[in-house]
Ligand binder design. Structure first.
Ligand SMILES: Nc1ncnc2c1ncn2[C@@H]1O[C@H](COP(=O)(O)OP(=O)(O)O)[C@@H](O)[C@H]1O
Ligand SMILES: [Mg+2]
Length: 240
């Protein structure tokens, strides 16, 4: 059984003439240690799908199984444990607290989740180390580049040892090189032999998507496997 399994997920917004069927029966799964890119036209429902998987929005029907927990139609109040223990988030605009250091940004998230200050600081330090920011832990966001700020956000997302990261256009505000660096870091985190995680990554950039282990295309309310290397004429035989 896969780490994350989504079956026949449906979600509409509005009613009557204004009803919009966004997800029309999404089936997908992600293995532990897999980096999966999700692509699809603007408005196709990528964020809606992530929000449902992340326990922020209930589906109308369908089932999600994640690491032994089952949900999908439950409201946000009934899936607190999933949000707290199973899912980390990374957003386009980082969502860091401006007047806190990198270390405190990461540690605060852990403290809110109930970890003691001493443990939080230890876990935050090691997460920042894992994303390559050991020499920047006392810097505040303004003193960091966009790519470094996003790495702080990634450290925050992995510090709680949650098995799945949802990344909604995490490179949208980054320059090309920083975007590539984020993808390289994602690959390292997923393919870590001791502590692998799984990442579902929304991106509009086919070049970045081609670095994932697998690509899914969300179109007309359903997901399909996609070979974006072929579809976009990208060279498939790139060096690692
Ligand atoms: N809370 C909501 N209420 C009404 N419509 C929504 C809501 N959330 C999303 N939508 C609509 O659902 C469609 C899919 O949105 P979204 O999941 O954000 O797409 P994507 O992330 O692929 O661009 C869009 O047409 C959007 O306007
Ligand atoms: Mg979106």
């Amino acid at each position: 059984m896969a780490l994350l399994e989504v079956s026949d997920l449906k979600r509409s917004f509005g009613s009557g003439d204004n009803r919009l069927d966004v997800l029309k029966g999404v089936d997908m799964s992600i293995e532990s240690g897999e980096l999966v890119a999700l692509m699809g036209p603007s408005g196709s429902g990528k964020s809606t799908l992530l929000n449902i998987i992340g326990g922020l929005l209930p589906a109308d029907s369908g089932v999600i199984e994640l690491d032994g927990m089952t949900y999908g139609r439950k409201g946000p109040a009934q899936v607190v444990d999933i949000r707290r223990e199973k899912i980390g988030w990374i957003f386009q605009d980082f969502h860091l607290i401006a007047h806190l250091s990198a270390l405190d940004n990461v540690a605060l998230a852990l403290e809110i989740a109930g970890v003691t200050s001493a443990e939080a600081e230890k876990a935050a330090t090691s997460a920042l180390e894992r994303v390559g920011l050991s020499d920047r832990i006392h810097h505040i966001p303004d003193q960091l580049s966009g790519g470094q700020q996003q790495r702080v956000a990634i450290a925050r997302a992995i510090a709680g040892s949650r098995p799945v990261l949802l990344a909604d256009e995490p490179t949208g505000n980054l320059d090309i090189q920083s975007g590539k660096d984020v993808l390289e870091l994602f690959r390292e985190l997923c393919h870590d032999e001791i502590n692998p995680i799984s990442i579902l990554l929304v991106t509009h950039d086919p070049e970045l998507a081609s670095k994932a282990d697998r690509m899914l295309l969300l179109n007309d309310g359903k997901t399909a496997a996609s070979n974006i290397r072929d579809a976009w004429g990208l060279d498939g035989g790139e060096e690692e």
